[in-house]
Design a protein around this ligand. Sequence first.
Ligand code: MSK
Length: 627
Amino acid sequence: MKYISVEQMEAATEQLLALGQKVGADSWQQRVKNQTPHCGFGEAGTCCRICSMGPCRITPKAPRGICGCDVHGIVGRNFLRFTAGGAATHSDHGREICHTLHETKADGNYQVKDPEKLKRIAHEWGVETVGKDIYDLAHEMAELALMEYGKPFGISRWLSRAPEHTQKLWHDAGIEPRAIDREVSTAMHMTHMGNSSLPEALVRQALRSGMSDGWGGSMCGTEFSDVMFGTPMPVDTEANLGVMQKDMVNIVVHGHDPSLSEMIVFYANDPEMIALAKEQGAKGINICGVCCTANEVAMRHGIPMVGNFLQQENVVLTGACEAIVVDVQCIFPALGPLSKCFHTKFITTSDIARMPDSEFIHFSPENAGENAKSIVKMAVENFKNRDPQRVFIPDLKVDATVGFSVEAIRKCLDTVTNSHVDELGTMKPLVECITSGVLRGAAAMVGCNNPKVRPDHAHIELMKKLLANDVLVIVSGCSAQAAARAGLMSKEAKEICGAGLKRVCELVGIPPVLHMGSCVDISRMMVLASEIAKDAGVNISQLPLVGCAPEWMSEKAVSIGNYVVATGIDTFLGVDPYVKGSSEISDWLQHGIRDWVEASYTVELDIEKLGDKMIERIEEKRRLLGI
Ligand code: MSK
C-alpha cells in the first residue's frame, strides 16, 4: 500500500467499533456524544474556580466575579494555568530523563550511546571534558541539568543556542525563563486568588512559562535522551494498524518517556523471551508504538508506529494486543475497562500515571532491566489467552522513513553539497533552496488529535496542500504519526509534491515530510530554526517558516504554542485555546505579542482557510525578504 486515506482509516475504525460493541466495549466516540454539547463557559474560558467563593461565570448580567475580576482577567488566568500545566508536564519528563542520565553506568541498565553529543553539550555549558571518564561527565551534566530546574539565579542555559537577535527580544520582553520550575510556580502564584488580573502580565508569563518548557525542560528531555539512547538518524519503518501481527505476541508501548520503551524493546529481542513466545505458539514478539513513545522508538529502532492519540483504543479493539504498556501522558483511563473486554493486559509503570483496572509495575532506572523483562514475559504468557475469534487487524500498512534529528538533517544536506563545512554539516543548501524559490518555505506541523476536528483529516489534508505548494513539512508528536500512517513519510510521497520540493526530495533522498520526533522534540525544531536563521543571516521571524497545530488538545500543546510563537514563528491553531470569551486576551495572542517576539497566533477553525493563511504568511515573508 502506498497511501492510506482518512476514509480508509475511518472505515477500519467503524469495523473495530462494531466488534467492540459485541463485547460491551465503550469508546471515545460514544463518550463524545455523551459529553456534547460542551459547557459554553468552559469553552470560552469564562468560568473561574480558583477560589471557593464561586465558581463565577461571566455573563452580560454578571460581568465580574465575586472578587471583581473581569472576563479578561479570568480568561487570562485560565490560559496561564493551562500553559503552566503543559510546561510542568513536559519539563518533568525532561527531569526524569536527567535522573536517568545520572544513573548511567558502563554495565548498568542505561549507557551513554552518543558520547560526542554529550561532549558538545558540555562545551556549550562551559564544562571541561578533557581527560574525564564519560560516565563522570554524564553524571556531572545530569546534575547541572537538574539544577536548571531550581537554580536561584540566572536564566536557562539553553537560550544561548538562539540567534543573538532572538535572545535580545526575549530579554527586552522579560520572557527569558529563569529556573524551569520557577516559571511554573510563578504562573501558579500569579493566578492565585487576589494576584494578577492584568491581561498583558498574564500573557507575558504564559510565554515565559512556555519558554521554560521548550528552551528548558523539553530541551533537557530531547538532548539527554539522544545522549543515552542515540541521536536519531533516518531509519525505515511501517505505520498504521496493519503493523500488528496476527501470529506474533503484540506488545504496544504508549506514552512518552523512552526510558521505559527502550528497555521493553531490548527485552523483546532477548532470545530467551523469543523462545518463550514460540513455546506459547507465537512466531515471535512484535513491539509497536502509540503516541509519542511510538515516535521515540521508531526513530531510534525502526519500531512500527501503530497509531496516534485517538487510535489508542483501536489497538486494543483488534483483539490481538497482549499488553499495552504505558508510562506517562496522553493515556486514556478508558484503556483499563476496555482491556477487560479482551485478554489485553493494561500495564501502568509510573507513579505519575496511576489508573484503575491496570496492573502496576513500578519502573525506575534502578529496576528497569528486571521490570522490563517481567513485563515482556507477562505479555508473552498472555498470548495463549487470546481469543482468535475476536482478532481483527485492519489491512492498513504503509512505509515510512523517520528519524530526522537536526544532526540527521545537517548530514543529509551535507551529502548533497559534499562541502563538509565541519563535522556537523551545514544548513546552507536548505537556505539556498528557499532563497532560490525551489522551496517556498517550511511548516512545522505538530500536536495531537481532537474529536472536535475530524481526526487526522486536518493534519493530512493540510500537509498535502503544503507539499503541493512546495512547502517542506517537518513534523512531531501525533501529527507525525498522522503523516506516517497516511504514507506521507515514504520517499514515494514526493509524487504529490510541487516540482521544486519533489526535486529537493530526489536530490537529498528524503521524504517530503520530515519526522523530528515526539512532542518534547519540538525543541529540535527550535534549534533547527535557530541554525537556519544563523546560516541565512536573518532573524528567525523573517524565515518563511510557520508552525501549526490543527488538532491540538492538551495543556502541553498550549505550552508548545507559546514557546514556538515566542521564538518568532507564526503559529496557526485549528482549535480555540479557550480564550474566545475575552477580546483582550485574544487580541494579545493574535496581535499584541508581535511587538515583543515578532510573531503571533492565528486561530482558524476552517481547515481549508487555515492552510491558505499559512501559505499566505509564508509568501508574505518571502516578499518582505525580497526573495
Ligand atoms: S502524544 S500531547 S496527543 S501530540 Fe505527545 Fe500526541 Fe498531543 Fe499527546
